[in-house]
Design a protein around this ligand. Structure first.
Ligand SMILES: [Zn+2]
Length: 499
C-alpha cells in the first residue's frame, strides 16, 4: 500500500495523461482501482496527475533552456529545415505568445501549411519578422500593388453586422459574393440595395475585387470566399496553444507529420489524372454539359445555351467562358465542356476535358507536393549540445499561445453592449467613425503590405484587439513543392508585374 505512492501512480498514468491531458481525475482513479484492486485517495491521484503532466510537458522555463538544442536536432534530422530563434536582450512588457501560420491550398483544395512561428504577440514587427523568414516579404513589398488580396466574406459580414444585420441581409451579402460574373453581381447588389440601402452603401465601400468572386482576377485559381483554411489549421492546433514552447512546437510538428501520411494514404487510392475534388467538380460539369446546345463560330468561339436559356460564350483558345467559372477556378465549366464535346463531334482534335484542367489540380502535382516528408527526431537526451554561452529564458508571460478565442468573443460582445448602452452624442459617433477608419486603414495596410488574405472579427473600439490569421494567396503552394515555394512566389509576382 505504501509502495503505491503518487510517483508510482504518476508512472502508471503517464500514457493516459499524454494522450488526453484533460482526462478527469475521477476517470484515472476508477482505472487505477480496477487495475490494482486498491483503495486510493482522490488527492493522491490528483497529485499523480499533476506529476505526470509535469513529466510529459516539462516546465516552461526548462524548455526555453533547451530550445537551441531542439532546433539543432530538428535541422540535423530534417535537411533543408529553416529554424530561426530571435531573442531580446532585455524583454520589456508581458507577452501572451501567439502562433502565426502561413497556409496554402493543395491540389485537392485542402490545407497546405507552409510555415509557422510562435511570436511574443501579433503586431507589425512579429509579422514582418515571420514573413522575412518566409522569404517573400521583399518581393511583396516591392510589388504589392499587383498582389491580389481577398478579405474573408464571413468576417466582412461580421463587421457589417455591427450596424446592419438579419438573416435576409446575410443571404443577400453572400449572394453578392458568390456569383461568378459581373452582371449577376450587379443584380445581387441591386437586390441588397432594395433590402437595406445603408448596408448596401457600407458594403460598396469595400472594393469588390477583395470579396466578390465576380471581381477576382483568376490568378489564384480558387473561388474561396472565406479564410476557412486558416480556421481549419487553427482548430487543429488549438490543443497546442497552452503548452510549453517545445511541447507546443512538437505538437505542431507531429500534427504535420501525421497529416502528410494521411494524405499519402488518400493519394495511394486515387485513380485517374486529377485530384479527388477536381474529379468530382469536373464530373458534375460533364453531366451538365450534355444538356447544352452549342453554336460554333468557325474559329475559337462557341455560343453555349442551357436548358433555361442562359447563354454564354466559350473561347477554348483562351480557356475562358463568360460565366467566369473556368477563369476563376481553372476547371472547365459545363459550357466549356459542351464546347469541347462539340469540337470532338465535328472531328477536330480536342482531348479529354481532363486535359483542359489547370495543372494545379493534376494528381501528379498533388503527389509532387507531398513528396516531402517530415523526419522523426530523437529524444532530448540524444540532442546535440549547443555551445552558445548564453541560456534562453522564457518571456515574462507564457500563457495563451495561439488565439484566445473565447475571451475575445466575450470582450467584443461586452464592448458591443457598451456601445449600445451608450447614449451617443455626436462627438462619440464621430470618434467611432474615426477609429473605424483608422482600423480599416491599418488592416488594408496589412493586406497590401503582406499580401495575405485576412479575416478576423474585429473590434471597433479596440484597435489592437484583433488577430491576423493569415492566408497566403496561393497559386504558389498549389503547383510547387515546398522547397520551391519561395523562389516561385517571387517569380510569380514578378511575372504578374511584368504582364
Ligand atoms: Zn461557363
Amino acid at each position: 500500500m505504501r509502495a503505491c505512492s503518487s510517483k508510482f501512480l504518476a508512472n502508471n498514468i503517464l500514457h493516459q495523461v499524454e494522450s488526453n491531458p484533460k482526462i478527469p481525475t475521477r476517470a484515472l482513479l476508477e482505472d487505477l482501482v480496477q487495475r490494482y484492486s486498491l483503495s486510493i485517495s482522490n488527492m493522491k491521484v490528483f497529485r499523480a496527475k499533476a506529476m505526470a503532466k509535469q513529466y510529459v510537458y516539462g516546465d516552461y522555463e526548462k524548455q526555453y533552456g533547451v530550445l537551441r538544442e531542439y532546433a539543432m536536432e530538428l535541422k540535423s534530422k530534417n535537411q533543408g529545415t529553416t529554424v530561426k530563434i530571435d531573442v531580446e536582450i532585455e524583454p520589456n512588457g508581458l507577452f501572451p505568445g501567439q502562433i502565426l501560420t502561413a497556409v496554402g491550398l493543395n491540389s485537392n483544395n485542402g490545407i497546405y501549411p507552409v510555415a509557422y512561428a510562435i511570436v511574443e504577440t501579433e503586431n507589425i514587427n512579429s509579422w514582418t519578422w515571420f514573413l522575412e523568414h518566409l522569404g517573400i516579404l521583399a518581393a511583396i513589398e516591392k510589388l504589392f500593388p499587383s498582389a491580389e488580396q481577398r478579405f474573408c466574406l464571413r468576417h466582412v459580414y461580421d463587421n457589417m453586422k455591427l450596424k446592419h444585420k438579419g438573416d435576409e441581409l446575410r443571404e443577400a451579402v453572400w449572394c453578392c459574393g458568390k456569383v461568378y460574373n459581373i452582371p449577376k453581381f450587379n443584380r445581387a447588389m441591386e437586390k441588397l440595395k432594395k433590402l437595406n440601402p445603408e448596408a448596401h452603401e457600407w458594403l460598396s465601400k469595400i472594393p469588390a475585387k477583395h470579396w466578390a468572386r465576380s471581381h477576382f482576377s483568376g490568378r489564384a485559381l480558387t473561388d474561396s470566399l472565406t479564410n476557412n483554411l486558416c480556421e481549419v489549421l487553427n482548430s487543429k492546433l488549438d490543443e497546442a496553444r497552452d503548452k510549453p514552447i517545445i511541447t507546443c512546437l512538437e505538437y505542431i510538428r507531429k500534427y504535420l507529420t501525421k497529416r502528410i501520411v494521411s494524405v499519402h494514404k488518400v493519394l495511394d487510392k486515387c485513380k485517374g489524372s486529377l485530384s479527388t475534388t477536381a474529379t468530382t467538380i469536373l464530373e458534375n460539369n460533364k453531366t451538365e454539359a450534355s444538356k447544352m446546345r452549342v453554336l460554333f463560330n468557325g474559329a475559337d468561339k462557341y455560343q453555349v445555351t442551357g436548358l433555361w436559356m442562359e447563354q454564354y460564350v466559350v473561347n477554348l483558345k483562351e480557356r475562358s467562358c463568360t460565366c467566369r467559372k473556368w477563369d476563376i477556378t481553372g476547371i472547365p465549366c459545363q459550357h466549356a465542356i459542351a464546347a469541347m464535346y462539340d469540337k470532338m463531334q465535328n472531328g477536330s482534335e480536342c482531348g479529354d476535358p481532363e486535359a483542359w484542367v489547370s495543372k494545379c489540380y493534376w494528381l501528379s502535382t498533388w503527389n509532387a507536393m507531398y513528396q516531402h516528408t517530415i523526419d522523426p527526431i530523437n529524444g532530448r537526451s540524444m540532442w546535440p549540445r549547443s555551445d552558445c554561452p548564453t541560456t534562453l529564458l522564457p518571456p515574462k508571460h507564457h500563457k495563451q499561445v495561439g488565439r484566445p478565442k473565447k475571451k475575445r468573443k466575450r470582450q467584443l460582445m461586452s464592448q458591443l453592449k457598451e456601445v449600445k448602452d451608450l447614449k451617443r452624442k455626436k462627438e462619440d459617433v464621430e470618434q467611432d467613425q474615426k477609429l473605424f477608419k483608422q482600423h480599416n486603414a491599418w488592416r488594408a495596410f496589412f493586406f497590401d503590405f503582406i499580401g495575405l488574405i485576412y479575416g478576423k472579427t474585429s473590434n471597433l473600439l479596440n484597435l489592437v484587439g484583433f488577430s491576423f490569421w493569415s492566408w497566403l494567396e496561393m497559386p504558389i503552394a498549389r503547383d510547387k513543392s515546398k522547397t520551391e515555394i519561395q523562389e516561385k512566389y517571387c517569380w510569380s509576382l514578378r511575372r504578374m508585374k511584368s504582364s
